[in-house]
Write a protein that binds this ligand. Structure first.
Ligand code: PLP
Length: 424
């Protein structure tokens, strides 16, 4: 338990074993407290340098011969994520496309492999793109998606999931279950191993979206027996805006699965320009077209910074302590002003962000930005604060809550429009 005082926060920073990692990031305005690294992580210094080198030396100088090594990048960066952040083996992860597109492609491959079954399970509270992608897949195949209710704070958990798995109600068995490891709004961390086992008990495949867990909590895809996974690299992984997503396919499944977009980067003997599609063995069959080289270089650099400067265990330990402090400060200062904590209080069930629920959350998020604390708003009533342990200090948490307390006490937020803007 952390005492919610500024001195205690400063003392925690002094004894923080990964405090120096912050120096590896570009921080132009030291007065700005950035609590949105779960949406777009900060720029690592070495990324700036690596991108300059890629553009100037490799593209500018090497021209087309750069492809001799650029073609390996999706695999090399994938192996790095697999080893350091995903608990997966070499050859099980690649970088490609966006999370939405990878989810579509892997879910489609899974449905193909379970074509005798008619139902997809997902949460009603799931991140929107995941829900839309699954709806689209189901509509095109005459299948249905059952959207399960979950607790807005605690997530679904093993018992509710198990009940849903055994209460078919669908049109002939569950083909696929898609779940987020850490919920984007509440930060609820689901028990991946137990839930995957329960999914396998009914013969379905398990696809996990790790967008909010990669780089913030340990992900153990192999140990958990996960079939398929996808996730973003621009959140806690700091890969930059639009950085390519990762996709994971358990090696034992790779041969049996065929993704729906048949592109030349998945083709055996690609440059033979053969007459028909014949996908390679291995994870390469899940590639489609020309890889986004600059984006992959950025992910490689940022993953290296995190792996060398801390490692996922240290990032997780600090993330737990930062969110503990945030919850303690919320209880002490904000609860009297009508805030409730919309994230699990059990640290083992929580990722690295905390949602504070308040009827005026949108206005509060704007007033807080004016006070130089950047978090974000998530409908309907969450002020979401992300505590990326790579560059967030304990004293930043203290100041962020101090500023938020002052905002509500003065009523600054009441001067802002109550209707959310286009990007929140
Ligand atoms: C952030 C996030 C996405 C984003 O998908 P993009 O295709 O990168 O826009 C998808 N799913 C979840 C669960 C997310 O948190």
């Amino acid at each position: 338990v952390i005492e919610p005082t500024r001195d205690a926060a400063l003392a925690r920073d002094r004894s923080d074993p990964i405090a120096d990692l912050r120096e590896e990031f570009v921080i132009d305005d030291p007065a700005l407290i950035y609590l949105d690294g779960n949406s777009l992580g900060r720029l690592p210094r070495r990324t700036e340098e690596a991108i300059r080198r890629l553009v100037r030396t490799e593209w500018g100088g090497d021209l087309i011969s750069g492809w001799e090594h650029w073609v390996e990048l999706p695999f090399l960066a994938g192996n790095l994520l697999a080893r350091e952040f995903l608990g997966a083996r070499a050859g099980e992860v690649v970088l490609a496309d966006s999370t939405s597109v990878n989810l579509y492609r892997l879910a489609a491959a899974a449905l193909e492999a379970r074509s005798d079954r008619g139902t997809i399970l997902a949460l009603a509270d799931e991140f929107p793109t995941d829900r839309y992608v699954l709806e689209g897949l189901a509509a095109a195949r005459g299948m249905m998606v059952r959207f399960l209710d979950s607790d807005p704070t605690e997530g679904i958990g093993i018992d509710r999931l198990r009940a849903a798995l055994h209460d078919e109600g669908g049109t002939g068995g569950i083909a696929l279950v898609v779940l987020s490891h850490v919920n984007y709004r509440s930060g609820a961390l689901e028990p991946m191993t137990e839930m995957t086992a329960a999914i396998h008990d009914v013969g379905a495949l398990a696809l996990w979206d790790c967008s909010h867990s990669i780089g913030s909590v340990p992900v153990e895809l192999e140990m958990a027996g996960v079939d398929l996974a996808v996730g973003c690299t621009y959140k806690y992984m700091n890969g930059g805006p639009g950085a390519p997503a990762f996709l994971y396919v358990r090696s034992a499944l790779q041969r049996a699965l065929r993704q729906p977009v048949w592109g030349w980067f998945g083709q055996r003997d690609q440059f033979a320009m053969g007459p028909r599609y014949d996908p390679v063995e291995g994870i390469g069959r899940f590639l489609v077209g020309t890889p986004p080289v600059a984006g992959i270089v950025a992910v490689r650099e940022s993953a290296t910074v995190l792996a060398e400067g801390a490692g996922i265990a240290a990032l997780r330990a600090k993330g737990t302590a930062l969110t503990e402090l945030a919850i303690a400060l919320s209880d002490e200062w904000l609860a009297p002003h009508g805030f409730t904590v919309g994230s699990p209080r059990d640290a083992s069930r929580r990722g690295s962000h905390v949602s504070l629920r308040h009827p005026q959350a949108w206005q509060l998020s704007q007033a807080l930005r004016a006070a130089k604390v950047v978090g974000d708003f998530r409908a309907p009533d969450s002020l979401r604060l992300g505590f990326a342990s790579a560059y967030t200090r304990f004293v930043d948490v203290w100041h962020a809550f101090d500023r938020l307390r002052q905002v509500v006490e003065r009523g600054d937020h009441l001067r802002y429009p109550a209707i959310p803007g286009r990007v929140t």
